[in-house]
Design a protein around this ligand. Structure first.
Ligand code: 3BY
Ligand code: FES
Ligand code: FE
Length: 418
C-alpha cells in the first residue's frame, strides 16, 4: 500500500505568504478540512440563517456542517435558540428533517422528549435515580443581529461579536428583517473547497468578464476596483465616481442611514466589513433594470433608492440589503472539494407573490450570478489539483479583501495551533 507522510500543517501555515493564494493542501487535504471544521467552523461565529425562516413558535431548521449538526428553533416565548442535534440518551440525531414545525423535540429512537428550551421533559423507563434536569440538550451560542442568526459551537464564544452587533444593528434596523419573509431559498453545491467559494466572493476582479446580469446594477468601482497608475482615463472615471459616492453617502448619512465603510476583517476572531454602495441606473435594486423588484419595501421604508448595504463576514457569509429586498448567502463546507451555497431572498412579510413581486424577477440576477460563480469556483478547484499549481499573487488593486480573508483564516489556525 502507498503510504504518505502526514501533512506538516504548522509548516504550511508558516510558509503562507501574505498577498498570495494558499498552498494546494488548504483546498484539498482531508486533514485540513477536518481542522477547518474544528477550528474555523467549530469555534467562530458562523452565519446560520435568518429569523424570518422561523416565523412561528416551534419552527425549526437543521444545519449540518460536516459531522457537526445543530438545530435552531423558535420557542413558545418567541426566542430563537440553537442546540446540538444530539440526543442526550444514546446520542442519536434528534432532528432528521431539514426544517419543520414541532410542539416538542422528540427523539425518533426512544422518544426522549425535549421542550423547545432544550429541557428534557420525558424519558420513560429510566428508573428512580434518573435526573432529567442533567440531560437537557446541549446549547449552542446564538446571536440574532438585526434578524441575521449567528451561531458558535465553542464552549466559549468570541466576545467580539459585540462589535459586529454594535455596527450592524443600526444599519439593519430600517429593514426590519426580523419581520420579513423568505420569498425564496436556493441551495447550490459548488464543486470547490469552501475557501475558494469565499475567495471568489471577496473580489470583483472577475465581475466584468463573468457577471453581465450583476453588472447592470453595480459597477467595478462600487466594489473596490482601482485602476492602474498609468490608466489616465480610468483614473479620471474613478475620481468622478468617488465624488458621486461621497455626495450620495453624505445624503444617506444625513437621512439616518449609516453608510460609510467599517472594516475589521482580520486581526480578530469575528471579522467583518460593511458598506453601503451606490447602485447603477435607477439605483434601487440588484435587478436587471435596477428598479425595485418588490413594490412593498422592507420595514417602513418609503424610498427604494437606498443603494445596496453590503455585509461580508468571516468565515462564511455575504449579504446585500436593499430598500425592496435583501439577499443573504451562507457558505457551508460539505467535504474538502464541495461547498453548499444557500441563498435566501427576503421581502416584506406582507408582500404578496404575483402582486407585489414576481419571483423570477426578484431572483434572476443572483441565480445567474451564483451559477457563474459556481463555474468559476469549479475551475479554481480543478486548477489547484494539478501539481503545476503554486500559490499565485492577488491583485493589490482589486483583491485586497481576498487577501484579508486568507490572512484571517491562516491567523485563526495559527492562534489555535499556538
Ligand atoms: O457579493 C459580493 O459581495 C461580491 C461583490 C460583487 C461580486 N461578489 C459576489
Ligand atoms: Fe434519543 Fe434514545 S437516543 S431517545
Ligand atoms: Fe462573482
Amino acid at each position: 500500500m502507498l503510504s504518505r507522510a502526514p501533512l506538516d500543517i504548522p509548516r504550511l501555515i508558516a510558509e503562507r505568504r501574505r498577498g498570495y493564494t494558499l498552498a494546494a493542501p488548504f483546498y484539498r487535504a482531508r486533514e485540513i478540512f477536518d481542522l477547518d471544521l474544528e477550528v474555523i467552523f467549530g469555534r467562530h461565529w458562523i452565519f446560520a440563517g435568518v429569523e424570518a425562516e422561523l416565523p412561528e413558535p416551534g419552527d425549526y431548521t437543521r444545519l449540518d456542517i460536516g459531522h457537526l449538526s445543530i438545530v435552531i428553533v423558535r420557542g413558545d416565548d418567541g426566542a430563537v435558540r440553537a442546540f446540538h442535534n444530539v440526543c442526550r440518551h444514546r446520542g442519536a440525531r434528534l432532528v432528521t428533517q431539514e426544517a419543520g414545525c414541532v410542539g416538542k423535540l422528540v427523539c425518533p429512537y426512544h422518544q426522549w422528549t425535549y421542550e423547545l428550551t432544550g429541557e428534557l421533559i420525558h424519558a420513560s423507563h429510566m428508573g428512580e435515580d434518573f435526573d432529567p434536569s442533567c440531560h437537557g440538550l446541549k446549547p449552542v451560542h446564538l446571536r440574532s443581529i438585526g434578524g441575521l442568526i449567528f451561531v458558535c459551537m465553542a464552549a466559549e464564544a468570541p466576545a467580539d461579536i459585540d462589535d459586529l452587533a454594535a455596527v450592524l444593528e443600526p444599519r439593519l434596523a430600517p429593514f426590519d428583517l426580523r419581520n420579513a419573509k423568505v420569498a425564496k431559498q436556493v441551495d447550490l453545491v459548488e464543486e470547490g473547497n469552501w475557501k475558494l467559494t469565499m475567495e471568489n466572493n471577496r473580489e470583483c476582479y472577475h465581475c466584468a468578464g463573468n457577471h453581465p446580469e450583476l453588472g447592470q446594477s453595480f459597477n467595478k468601482y462600487a466594489v473596490g476596483f482601482v485602476p492602474d497608475a498609468d490608466d489616465l482615463a480610468g483614473q479620471a472615471e474613478a475620481a468622478a465616481y468617488e465624488a458621486q459616492v461621497a455626495a450620495q453617502v453624505a445624503d444617506w448619512e444625513a437621512r439616518g442611514f449609516p453608510s460609510v465603510a467599517v472594516e475589521h476583517l482580520s486581526g480578530r476572531a469575528t471579522g467583518f466589513r460593511t458598506e453601503r454602495i451606490m447602485l447603477d441606473g435607477s439605483g434601487e435594486s440588484q435587478t436587471l433594470d435596477t428598479k425595485a423588484a418588490c413594490r412593498k419595501l422592507l420595514g417602513g421604508l418609503s424610498d427604494a433608492k437606498l443603494g445596496g448595504l453590503h455585509l461580508w463576514t468571516q468565515p462564511n457569509s455575504w449579504h446585500h440589503f436593499m430598500g425592496d429586498h435583501a439577499v443573504t448567502f451562507c457558505a457551508i463546507p460539505l467535504d474538502p472539494e464541495h461547498t453548499l451555497v444557500r441563498t435566501r431572498w427576503l421581502v416584506h412579510k406582507d408582500a404578496v407573490e404575483g402582486v407585489d413581486y414576481d419571483l423570477d424577477r426578484l431572483t434572476e440576477v443572483w441565480n445567474a450570478t451564483n451559477a457563474q460563480d459556481a463555474a468559476l469556483v469549479e475551475l479554481a478547484q480543478q486548477g489547484v489539483r494539478s501539481p503545476a499549481y503554486e500559490p499565485g499573487p492577488y491583485s493589490p488593486l482589486t483583491e485586497g479583501l481576498v487577501d484579508q480573508f486568507a490572512t484571517w483564516y491562516v491567523e485563526r489556525l495559527r492562534a489555535h495551533l499556538g
